[in-house]
Design a binder for this molecule. Structure first.
Ligand code: AQP
Length: 334
């Protein structure tokens, strides 16, 4: 096998990917594929921690794959697969769950946030989500996991579980490191900029979806919540500026310019002008991705072939780790 370091990451098909998912994760993945051996999955097992319509998960799983490829991830050079096609994820998750403490799972911000948003369905899967995520990563002996800021706490617990396991059984798992993008690690909701942009937000105006029509993107950005001060300034610690900070961050990530230069360009100008320019920059960024996506999503046979080949490769790699784990804990391995 090549000597390249290993990258693992994925997105849940729990909605259509947002521009937050793109800037926080996928854009970074595209850049990393040159230098690393990359494994990117559609994380369908994770989606059922929240009630979903089954047909929607199936449809979105292929949409997510089409978007990965449309964003620039080369299916010939990287492993792209559907998480549930590789049973090793669920199998390792069971083992790791026996090496994870209730107390550490209770501290997870995502669990607290999702259990307050889905108070009628606080299920055990939602609670043990980080254990499955640890299995996802550790199965492939990943060196790095490129994610947005919201997932860094889950990377930390993954490292803790792996270190605990290694301390008992020897060097079984590589200890992975989280990797944040230079810009766009934490894109906020357009309607409540104190919260992150999420694809499952009940208000579609809160997020830019990667498949939104350009007119819709423009409308959403124009109606983004800002403040009444009317001054385009980036003040990180000032919550009243969260909306404008977010738009400056988006502009910076899309144009690859630093926030100071952007602020300088708009000195003396109003939010209306700025929002128009942000909208135009986002639309131009997304346009080629959407054109490619439209072609790919029409070719289901091609997409199925990509993820079937990907699953074979993923299984081959992960079996090595799973067997080792089973032996170490004392199971009879065939
Ligand atoms: N707002 C965001 N800004 C930057 N990065 C983000 N990510 C998610 N939201 C933002 C990153 O996208 C990757 C995939 O996330 P996921 O689908 O596995 O789950 P999530 O983090 O829970 O994303 P969502 O969009 O908020 O999904 P739902 O609404 O279903 O919970 C991760 O790398 C994440 O950091």
């Amino acid at each position: 096998m090549e000597d390249k370091k290993i990258i693992f990451s994925g997105v849940q098909p729990s909605g259509t990917l947002t521009f937050g998912n793109y800037l926080g994760a996928i854009k970074n993945w595209v850049e990393l594929q040159k230098d690393y051996r990359c494994i990117y999955a559609m994380m369908d097992l994770h989606t059922i921690t929240v009630r979903q319509t089954p047909a929607d998960i199936r449809r979105r799983t292929l949409e997510v794959l089409a978007l990965y490829i449309a964003c620039g991830i080369d299916p010939e050079e990287n492993i792209l697969f559907i998480q549930s096609h590789n049973p090793a994820h669920a199998e390792l998750s069971w083992v790791l769950g026996c090496y994870t403490y209730m107390g550490e799972l209770q501290r997870m911000t995502q669990f607290k946030d999702k259990s307050s948003r889905h108070a009628e369905n606080i299920n055990a899967g939602l609670f043990t989500y980080p254990v499955l995520m640890a299995a996802d990563i550790l199965l492939y002996q990943a060196d790095y996991v490129p994610v947005g800021k919201d997932q860094m706490q889950h990377i930390e617990i993954c490292r803790d579980i792996a270190q605990r396991f290694n301390a008992i059984y020897g060097d079984v798992f590589k200890i992975p490191e989280g990797m944040l993008p230079k810009a766009g690690a934490n894109i906020k909701s357009l309607q409540d900029p104190t919260k992150k942009m999420s694809k499952s937000d009940s208000n579609p105006k809160a997020y830019i979806s990667m498949t939104d029509h350009p007119d819709v993107i423009v409308k959403k950005i124009k109606s983004a919540v800002t403040d009444s001060e009317g001054i385009i300034e980036y003040r990180e610690d000032d919550e009243t500026k969260a909306g404008i900070n977010n738009l400056i961050t988006i502009m910076s990530a899309v144009t690859k310019r630093n926030t100071d230069d952007i602020v300088a360009d708009y000195s003396g100008k109003g939010y209306g002008d700025f929002k128009n320019d942000v909208a135009e920059a986002v639309v131009e960024n997304i346009r080629p991705i959407q054109e490619e996506y439209d072609k790919l999503i029409a070719d289901k046979a091609y997409l199925m072939n990509v993820c079937s080949k990907g699953a074979d490769a993923a299984k081959r790699i992960s079996q090595r780790t799973l067997k080792k784990v089973y032996k170490k804990v004392g199971f009879m391995v065939e």
